[in-house]
Design a protein around this ligand. Structure first.
Ligand code: GDP
Ligand code: GDP
Length: 437
């Protein structure tokens, strides 16, 4: 699973600037769960082929009466608890402050790997000003400039060292025939209810529970001959025959489970409609490229008027997931659950669809014959051939000339043709254009 890095430090040292730099490296929407855990931001980062989750603890109000600010202390504690490694950010321009000392005192006893980043040090990698930060007793200071991108790589190399082994966290079957699913959704949408309903079903054979790693469970089971593995998002713990949530909601667990899954089942609460949090989580899933099925739960508890309003709000607020199958279920009353399995299996099959070069090339040529891309200035985009560039999500790479001029609308048209041919549902499809001139 992706390691989690928390950025902590007093206000104005440059935490958010660093957060933006770390998470923008991945042409991605930052998953901003601001409405949920008010002052912590979560984002995906990447260094080379190593991925991580970054937490920013910025955005608290200093309160001079209490010394170390109460809210800051709370944010810092929660982020540190969730993190595998902590980057403590200080500011070389203001020098060491009493607040820095307070935070350092807390971090020294937190029993985590701590890295000291001395920010705003553009052009001062050897400056004597860095020396005073040794006093914090947190090891060698790493001079960085979050604003100018200096020293970031060497800081991250140090932080991510030792996190390369996937086997440390991996539990359970890891083969192509097992569909790894994560049930995602905000608190109280019915995740635990659904999981317990599933695992209580007779047709579903749950294997022995594997040992828990970092409090996370993953439950392998089989249904109608198809192997599944359920990745926990809810912090579930087995209690007798049922699972109960040991913590109400963990953003980190959700993000890790989504990254780890083949298919994400996104639950929406019919009685609440589509909230900002739902849209954030949906955006994150889309951004991660995972296959997705949307299930509107508690369908039993809404009347026909509410149902209509809800379907309209899904269209407007989750329109960006329009490739996803949307189903109505009641986890509590056990209604509508069978179609979920087919939808998840279809999404999985679509995400891993094998597409050959001759077929893709023919599809693109047919699409062009049917509707040629517009000429821009002197350039008429010319598509020569296409091949598959990846799976989960499927990527189609189209080669040709002057392809920089192809419009987004035309790309969507191509996407639609390819989707229709392969009957892709529940997965994003990426089209990449490569021009040879
Ligand atoms: P936060 O409160 O810790 O999240 O700090 P911010 O990221 O909001 O940054 C506070 C201020 O420091 C802003 O004005 C930034 O532009 C500035 N800043 C951040 N990083 C750097 C840096 O590397 N060099 C310089 N000179 N300024 C920086
Ligand atoms: P979680 O936080 O996402 O795990 O949500 P829970 O499974 O704990 O469910 C939250 C509440 O919603 C509980 O009171 C459940 O009984 C209720 N609930 C879950 N599924 C349904 C459903 O399909 N219909 C109705 N009416 N209530 C449900």
């Amino acid at each position: 699973m992706k390691p989690v890095i928390a950025l902590v430090g007093r206000p104005n040292v440059g935490k958010s600037t660093l957060f933006n730099r770390l998470t923008k490296s991945r042409n991605a929407i930052v998953a901003d769960f601001a409405g949920l855990t008010r002052d912590r931001h979560y984002g995906d980062g990447r260094l080379g082929d190593r991925e991580f989750i970054c937490i920013d603890t910025g955005g608290f109000e200093p309160d001079s009466t209490t010394g170390i600010v109460k809210e800051m202390a709370k944010q810092t504690r929660q982020a540190v608890a969730e993190a595998d490694a902590v980057v403590f950010v200080v500011d070389v321009r203001t020098g060491l402050s009493g607040q820095d000392q307070d935070i350092a005192r807390y971090l020294r006893q937190a029993n985590k790997r701590i890295f000291l980043a001395v920010n705003k040090a553009e052009g001062m990698s050897d400056s004597p000003l860095l020396a005073e930060f040794h006093e914090l007793g947190l090891g060698e200071p790493h001079p960085i400039s979050a604003a100018h991108g200096q020293g970031i790589r060497s800081l991250l190399d140090a932080v991510l060292e030792g996190f390369d082994g996937a086997e440390e966290f991996g539990a359970g079957p890891e083969d192509e025939t097992t569909i790894r699913i994560a049930v995602a959704g905000r608190p109280n949408v019915g995740k635990s209810t659904l999981i317990n309903t599933w695992l209580g079903e007779e047709r579903l054979v749950a294997f022995d529970m594997p040992g828990t790693t970092r409090d996370a469970i993953s439950v392998p089971f089989e249904r109608n001959g198809q192997k599944f593995q359920l990745i926990d998002t809810a912090g579930l713990r087995r209690k007798g025959k049922v699972f109960e949530a040991i913590e109400k909601f963990s953003v980190v667990k959700t993000l890790q489970a989504i990254a780890d899954a083949n298919v994400v089942l996104l639950l929406i609460d019919a009685t609440q409609g589509v909230t900002d949090q739902d849209a954030h989580i949906a955006g994150y899933i889309l951004d991660s490229g995972r296959a997705v099925v949307v299930a509107i739960n508690k369908w039993d508890a809404v009347d026909s008027y509410q149902r209509e309003t809800l379907m309209r709000s899904i269209e407007t607020r989750l329109g960006f997931l329009k490739f996803a199958t949307i189903l109505h279920i009641s986890a509590l009353k056990r209604q509508g659950l069978a179609p979920l399995w087919n939808a998840m299996a279809d999404a999985y099959a679509s995400a891993y669809k094998k597409m050959t070069t001759p077929v893709l090339t023919r599809l693109v040529q047919e699409a062009v014959q049917h509707q040629t891309p517009k000429k821009v200035g002197h350039f008429r985009p010319k598509m020569r051939y296409a091949h598959q560039g990846g799976m989960n999500p499927p990527i189609v790479v189209i080669h040709g000339n002057s392809l920089d001029h192809v419009t987004e609308v035309y790309k969507r048209y191509l996407e639609g043709r390819i989707r229709a041919h392969y009957k892709l549902t529940g997965t994003p499809l990426k089209i990449e254009l490569r021009s040879s001139k």
